[in-house]
Structures are given as C-alpha cells and as structure tokens.
Design a protein. Structure first.
Length: 82
C-alpha cells in the first residue's frame, strides 16, 4: 500500500506528493521515526535548531492514519530516565 508522509515543520506542512510503498502502516511509522532520528542527528552534528515537529502519515486514499512526533521518535532511542 502507498503511504504519504507529510512533514510538519513549524507552522508549515510539506506535502508528500509521491508517497512510498509499505506493506503495513507499522512499517510506514518505523520509516517516519527513522527519518526524524536521522534529521535530528544531522541538526545535532551541525549545532543547528531543528524546526521539524512531526510526520503525518496518510494512506493511498489520503485518509489520515497517524502522526509520528520527533520527541517520541528520539525518546525511544534513549535509556529510561530515573
């Protein structure tokens, strides 16, 4: 199934007009999480502020499925805080 991953950056939405093929929504979510992590890592290395907030996922009929936010994507890679 084709999923569209729209980027939320500040108050702006960057619409994905091409989409990507994923066999399940879970795989689309994993791809969105990894994209957010990769972008966050680039910003950390450059010492620049990250303006991307989330990725919204829509199915091939452009029906909203879920949102993957940057805080959740990154926090899943960190050890639990005490």
């Amino acid at each position: 199934m084709r999923y569209f991953l729209n980027i939320i950056r500040g108050d702006e939405t960057i619409r994905d007009d091409e989409g990507e093929e994923f066999s399940t929504l879970d795989l689309a979510v994993e791809a969105a999480q990894q994209s957010l992590r990769d972008i966050a890592a680039e910003h950390l290395l450059q010492g620049s502020r990250m303006t991307m907030k989330a990725i919204e996922i829509y199915d091939e009929d452009r029906h909203y499925q879920t949102t993957v936010d940057v805080v959740t994507a990154i926090s899943e890679c960190l050890p639990p805080w005490q």
